[in-house]
Design a binder for this molecule. Structure first.
Ligand code: GLU
Length: 450
């Protein structure tokens, strides 16, 4: 275990004040202990020291002019973390909380997630501390164009292929793609998550949420159970949450909650999916407006959340799908879920569970799908979009969805088999981390010290 401690201490010196990044590294390294100890090659090749250091980090100024004529300045990032398995692949996040630590933790997770899909994609992530909330379309466009004025020179269909994440959807991708095309004169698959009108893939929008539910179903099937009739808590109200809710209904489950940055909706009879889409995809308004149609639903404003966690996890349910953001599920939340009878957690978000909560969940032995396995459906479908672009084809929704299901099943099998191989059956945190790491590490060794 000393290598874990040494690595974190050395990162604290070389990359100070990056707590989310250390958290992601510590979680992966802790799982890897049995593999590293039994395999001298990884130590001799300094794989751990190499894998925690991004291949390249780009940080840049993003100046733009708001509607009132004021000059605004944001910070842009692209962390090209690891290209052992393919071109850097991962989304862009636009959110005021974004800093180097957040982008590095996301990029680090992305390496192993992408490896787990079995597809030829390396790991990267980027974004900005720009807040799209409340901005006009014109402001969003000018920001995206300015962001691309720098980023375009670093990306390309066989080098680095960004996509969306929090705050970046088809609208933002459209403005960035347009500017990329203008600057380079090239019409090529340099982004995924594009509009269906010009090169996007059917089922990409749905893929992360659907994938997290497929993964949950595979975990339950392995325990001779299924999602049918299960009461499910979902957090978030973005792309991932909306399509997790949709797929839960397809599976005969009852999703009863969703949340945004301002509050949580709990609706005992089941969330009205069409109303949720209307509020969030069309009107881009607050969830509180859900009460105009359903006054009987319970709305808890964020100011009334428990001091040690999130209101959404304090309801009784069979299953939980954290689909909002990092560290949204604390130890107290995990304890509440488990003591209320929840027996499955499948993570649609990236690192939504704190390290103490992860430990408590693993100890409880409930079915637990960590984000880098359970939410890999999004990036996997991005790779299917790249394949369609490269071959100048458009696949049907059914074809993409069939591939997505097969990929999620393979990820479950690979994490589950690996957990057994290392003597901790059912511990998919360990299984996913080792299975993903092994592919990347072995590819790095074969490619030499680069
Ligand atoms: N942002 C998503 C993720 O966390 C998708 C990345 C992609 O499609 O490249 O995996």
């Amino acid at each position: 275990m000393t290598h874990i401690h040494d690595t974190i201490v050395s990162l604290q010196h070389s990359s100070p004040a990056q707590k989310e990044f250390y958290q992601a590294v510590e979680e992966v390294l802790t799982s890897l202990a049995p593999l590293i100890e039994s395999n001298r090659q990884y130590q001799e090749q300094a794989i751990i020291q190499r894998i925690v250091e991004p291949e390249r980090q780009i940080m840049f100024r993003v100046p733009w002019v708001d509607d009132a004529g004021n000059v605004q300045v944001n910070k842009g990032y692209r962390i090209e973390f690891n290209s052992a398995l393919g071109p850097y692949k991962g989304g862009l996040r636009f959110h005021p909380s974004v800093n180097a630590s957040i982008i590095k933790f996301l990029g680090f997770e992305q390496i192993f997630k992408n490896a787990l899909t079995g597809l030829p994609i390396g790991g990267g992530k980027g974004g900005s501390n720009f807040d799209p909330k409340g901005k006009s379309d014109g402001e969003i466009m000018r920001f995206c164009q300015s962001f691309m004025n720098e980023l375009y020179r670093h990306i390309g269909p066989v080098t680095d292929v960004p996509a969306g994440d929090i705050g970046v959807g088809a609208r933002e991708i459209g403005y960035m793609f347009g500017q990329y095309k203008r600057l380079t004169g090239r019409y090529e698959g340099v982004f995924t998550g594009k509009s269906l009108l010009w090169g996007g893939s059917l089922a990409r929008k749905e893929a992360t949420g659907y994938g997290a539910v497929y993964f949950a179903e595979y975990m339950l099937n392995d325990r001779q159970d299924s999602l049918k009739g299960k009461k499910c808590l979902v957090s978030g109200a973005g792309n991932v949450a909306i399509y997790a809710i949709e797929k839960l209904y397809h599976k005969g489950a009852i999703p009863v909650s969703c949340s945004d940055s301002k509050g949580t909706i709990y609706h005992e009879q089941g969330i009205d999916l069409e109303l949720l889409k209307q509020l969030k995809e069309v009107k881009r308004t607050s969830l509180e407006d859900y009460l105009h149609t359903y006054p009987e639903a319970v709305y808890t404003p964020a100011s009334d959340y428990p001091s040690d966690g999130h209101a959404v996890w304090r309801y009784q349910a069979d299953a939980a799908f954290p689909c909002a953001t990092q560290n949204e599920l604390t130890l107290a939340d995990a304890q509440a879920l488990i003591s209320n009878g929840c027996h499955l957690i499948s993570e649609g978000a990236n690192m939504p569970t704190t390290q103490e909560a992860v430990n408590a969940i693993i100890d409880s032995r409930i079915a637990y799908g960590p984000g880098k396995a359970a939410n890999a459906g999004g990036v996997a479908t991005s790779q299917l979009e790249m394949a369609q672009n490269a071959s100048m084809q458009n696949w049907t929704f059914e074809k993409v969805d069939t591939h997505l299901q097969a990929i999620m099943k393979d990820i479950f099998i690979s994490a589950n088999e690996t957990s057994k191989e290392f003597g901790q059956p059912g511990n998919l945190v360990l299984g996913a981390n080792i299975a993903g790491f092994r592919k990347v590490a072995d590819a790095m060794i074969e490619q030499g010290i680069v």
